[in-house]
Design a binder for this molecule. Structure first.
Ligand code: ATP
Ligand code: MG
Length: 394
């Protein structure tokens, strides 16, 4: 077994020594079979959360109502979830209840797609009652059980099928595809936050274009907020790992849509809103003044990749990020904190002036000129500069 599984395999063995079962399940088994990098390892067990708590000294109850705990073992964390089935989804949002079961097959049966319904034990033996491996080899996305039933139960699976197609490049099997088209209207009833999580992954997939083709073929864009009015924007997008540049792109391409509209429609965080608005502002700055020192100074480093993405999407211009880095390397200061003068200095130099907003305005100007026009960040030079530039007081 690859190293990512080895530590977790010990956790499984300990659970087994205590007369319960435990398996690797879900995305990690799928990605292992495909040969993709594995990001997190999930364990399913016949033991109840309380029973897991009796086995390991350190267990963090993170989602007891869903049967999920985190086991701390040798300084690492492992998510262990009790085998469960799900009750009905009367409101199409979340299952009303979950039921713990003692049989792994029951647990695998509630999972969305055959490729996600394979269990693997600590020795690497697979349990694959729905022939997920065959579907993986054939690069096929297919629901576990009747597709119509599964999408009626939880319409998020329709979007998940698209996001897996985008991530893996797999095709959607015929019955599954037909049911997606038929039940897509149920997407409107989902809690939008769940949709947002999947949309972000969908936009990041290397085979995003393939997923977009499905979105058009099945006319699913009608059920994607914002894109329902502007579906063609989806065709113009290249894959990107965050919704911030996606929303900035939409807002810049369509004057009728703002970043705030997108954020509200998908109930995103204020942080994402800030990132998307910064990208829009940076784009306007770029169109007006190009990439100069002030641009590089103003926009945080973690924005530059998304910014160059945005310019490429909108203008087809390729900005070399190395160019931005070299301007960054040459910046005389990196933030206001680096200025060698402060408000007290200014007040001392101009004792006749009463305290007021001139201080902040002057500091802003000093900052700007140091960054952009070669004013040295030295007390004497700044004082001299001020004497020439200080607006007269009335
Ligand atoms: P990723 O690598 O992106 O995390 P994943 O397959 O692990 O992919 P998750 O969303 O983390 O996807 O879900 C973990 C597992 O839980 C899935 O593999 C699947 O078996 C099951 N699952 C998740 N969401 C659903 C759902 N809405 N309906 C049925 N099964 C689901
Ligand atoms: Mg996962």
């Amino acid at each position: 077994l690859p190293t990512v599984f080895q530590k977790a395999a010990k956790v499984i063995s300990i659970i087994e020594e205590n007369q319960y079962e435990a398996y690797f399940v879900g995305g990690c088994v799928r990605d292992y079979i495909i040969g993709r990098p594995i990001h997190d390892v999930d364990i399913a067990s016949s033991a109840l959360p309380s029973e897991i708590q009796n086995i390991f000294p350190k267990v963090i109850p993170v989602g007891l109502e869903h049967g999920t705990v985190i086991v701390r073992y040798e300084q690492e964390s492992f998510e262990v979830t009790t085998y469960r089935t799900e009750g009905v989804y009367t409101d199409h949002r979340r299952p009303d209840e979950v039921y713990f079961v003692r049989n792994i097959e029951e647990d695998l049966k509630r999972r969305d797609f055959t490729m996600n319904a394979i269990a693997m034990d600590a020795k690497g033996e697979m349990l694959d009652p729905f022939y997920g491996r065959e579907d993986i080899v054939s690069e096929r996305i297919q629901t576990v059980g009747d597709a119509a039933e599964r999408f009626k139960e939880d319409a998020l699976r329709i979007i998940r099928a698209l996001r897996f197609s985008s991530q893996l490049g797999f095709s959607i099997e015929g019955h599954t595809k037909k049911a997606m088209k038929h039940y897509k209207g149920l997407i409107d009833k989902l809690a939008v936050e769940r949709l947002t999580v999947e949309l972000e992954k969908l936009c990041a997939g290397s085979f995003f274009k393939k997923a977009v083709d499905y979105i058009f073929e099945l006319e699913i864009y009608h059920h994607l907020p914002i894109f329902n009015d502007e579906p063609l924007l989806l065709k113009e997008l290249e894959p990107v790992a965050s919704l911030a540049p996606v929303f900035a792109f939409v807002a810049l391409k369509r004057s009728s849509i703002t970043v705030t509209d997108c954020i509200k429609a998908y109930k995103c965080s204020n942080q994402l809103k800030q990132q998307a608005s910064n990208l829009v502002d940076a784009y306007h700055h770029y169109k007006k003044d190009g990439i100069n020192a002030w641009f590089v100074y103003q926009w945080p480093r973690d924005h530059w990749d998304h910014f160059t993405y945005l310019v490429k999407q909108i203008d087809k211009d390729i900005i070399d990020i190395k160019e931005i880095y070299s301007i960054y390397e040459g910046l005389p200061i990196l933030s206001k904190k680096d200025l060698c003068v402060n408000g007290h200095d200014l007040m001392r130099w101009f004792p006749e002036r009463p305290k007021g907003k001139w201080i902040k305005e002057l500091l802003d100007q000093i900052e700007y000129h140091i960054v952009i026009s070669g004013l040295a960040n030295e007390k004497s030079k700044i004082k001299e500069w001020i004497q020439w530039n200080l607006p007269v007081q009335d």
